[in-house]
Design a protein around this ligand. Structure first.
Ligand code: ATP
Ligand code: MG
Ligand code: MG
Ligand code: MG
Length: 469
């Protein structure tokens, strides 16, 4: 049974053999792109090659890219622990053509890799194409021998990719694996497509147009290819499961978490272990790439993920800080492929330990307050916004942590009330600024915070160049 590490090298070797330059993952913090919070797809580091702003000595590339999707348009944070196929941190394997080959090569490359190199049974696969992309549909028919019903035409944006409001864009084609009718879910385009039965494993983007400011499009002189395959999802199916968390690498982290807390990895704390294993990867990799926990921007996203994991550790009954104890397990699994992780091991360990030690002091009291609030509430009622705000302001509970805690109990937060409590506090703080001589700066800060939310204003909603591949 191939391991995650095996599959990563099979993929990269296959494309290297086919003339692609093997390019290392870029850091999670995108260089020269303040608009994007974290690298969230393989194409991010190649944006300037697609637009033609930059050329390099290769026109084909392959990479295994570290991705974090825990903010912005692609936010999978709330899926973790609930779906079998989403992580906040995952690896995206990709092959890229910068004005070199196009659809008629990209589809056979993908097909050969999947069915020959990885031996995935062809009869378990279905693909989607953009509804008017007859060219891609024809190639699929020819290459895979698929009948029309296995080439599903989708008319939504899911199958049309755009780099931003202007620039390269084009139709895409997604490859799905059917895990079988014992798992809930339906084929792409059907009402129950969000289940875990049909899992998207690979996304091919055919960049063939340039979009202009007035909304018109012209064919690109140099058509390009951008693809992304989810390593953990492919590992799952090759290891005979639909559950990414049952794959070798992630399972070993779950076991480390179970050992350190003397709990059953598959017992009542199962979800906690899954969240911890996932968040261990995203937090450790973010720390290794230089993000430090803080109260705004990227650092706050990191802190939110850490604190969420720490609440789950607490619920497992961990008396001592847990996350830092799991770092050796992660480094032994991923340090060879990502040496920066090994180099940063001491920093990761110390930071996790310090954060968890500090947060533990307020976590317990905050959770008690939350319980008290809930006991007084009628069945199904939302947690009042001012209570959620108190948890945020006094106990350091990010709003999403409170929401995560409530979700287990089938409840939600009155977010309008939370926003109102936040606005009221800001109003007070704003009043406090008058006469300080810094009013202009403060006003600008508050304006930005008003637009984007207090924790999000460092570019959360301003992502333009999304690697939605
Ligand atoms: P989905 O529809 O399942 O959320 P997506 O269309 O958002 O996936 P893409 O942006 O196309 O995903 O990313 C390319 C590939 O990366 C996907 O085909 C999938 O295999 C993988 N992938 C995307 N998001 C995640 C995630 N949160 N965790 C693990 N793998 C992911
Ligand atoms: Mg998605
Ligand atoms: Mg998708
Ligand atoms: Mg996709």
């Amino acid at each position: 049974m191939p391991t995650l590490n095996d599959i990563r090298s099979t993929f990269l070797t296959y494309f290297e053999k086919n003339g692609h330059a093997k390019v290392p993952s870029s850091p999670l913090v995108p260089r020269n792109d303040p608009t994007l919070m974290f690298a969230n797809s393989g194409m991010v580091q190649f944006k300037n090659l697609f637009t033609g702003v930059e050329t390099r000595d290769y026109t084909r590339a392959t990479s295994a890219q570290k991705c974090v999707r825990a903010g912005g348009k692609h936010n999978d944070l709330d899926n973790v622990g609930y779906t079998a196929r989403h992580h906040t941190f995952f690896e995206m394997l990709g092959n890229f053509s910068f004005g070199d080959y196009f659809k008629s090569d990209a589809i056979p490359f993908a097909w050969n890799l999947i069915t020959k190199e990885l031996d995935i049974p062809a009869d378990k696969l279905v693909v989607t194409v953009y509804h008017d992309d007859d060219e891609a549909a024809e190639i699929w028919k020819k290459v895979a021998g698929f009948s029309d019903d296995r080439i599903i035409r989708i008319a939504t944006d899911d199958n049309f990719w755009m780099m931003g409001p202007t620039g390269p864009c084009g139709p895409s084609s997604e490859i799905f694996f059917d895990h079988g009718d014992h798992i809930w879910g339906g084929p792409p385009g059907s009402p129950n497509e969000d289940g875990d039965r049909f899992v998207e494993i690979w996304n091919l983007v055919f960049m063939q147009y340039e979009q202009f400011e007035d909304g018109s499009r012209a064919p690109l002189p140099n058509k390009s290819i951008d693809t992304g395959m989810g390593l953990e999802r492919v590992a799952a199916l090759l290891q005979g499961t639909n559950d990414n968390y049952a794959t070798d690498l992630i399972r070993s982290l779950i076991e480390a978490s179970a050992n350190a807390t003397s709990t059953d990895p598959d017992g009542p704390g199962k979800t906690h272990h899954r969240v911890i294993a996932d968040h261990l990867r995203s937090t450790s990799f973010l720390l290794a790439d230089g993000v430090m926990p803080s109260n705004d921007g990227r650092g706050y996203v990191l802190r939110r993920i850490m604190r969420r994991a720490m609440r789950h550790a607490h619920l497992l009954g961990a008396k001592d800080p847990l996350m830092h104890q799991l770092v050796p397990a992660l480094v032994s699994q991923m340090g060879a492929a990502y040496p920066e992780l090994t180099r940063a091991q001491a920093l990761i360990t110390e930071t996790l330990k310090l954060e968890e030690t500090r947060f533990k002091q307020t976590l317990e009291r905050g959770l008690r307050l939350l319980d008290d609030e809930l006991t007084g509430l009628p069945e199904g009622a939302e947690l009042p916004g001012d209570a959620a705000f108190k948890l945020y302001d006094t106990y350091g509970f990010p709003l999403d942590l409170t929401q995560d805690a409530l979700r287990e109990k089938g409840r939600s937060v009155d977010t309008d009330g939370f926003d109102a409590a936040m606005a009221a506090q800001k109003e007070l703080a704003r009043a406090g600024w008058s006469g300080s001589g810094e009013t202009a700066d403060a006003a600008i800060w508050f304006d930005i915070a008003d637009q984007h939310g207090p924790t999000d204003f460092l570019g959360y909603d301003t992502e333009t160049a999304e690697g939605q591949i």
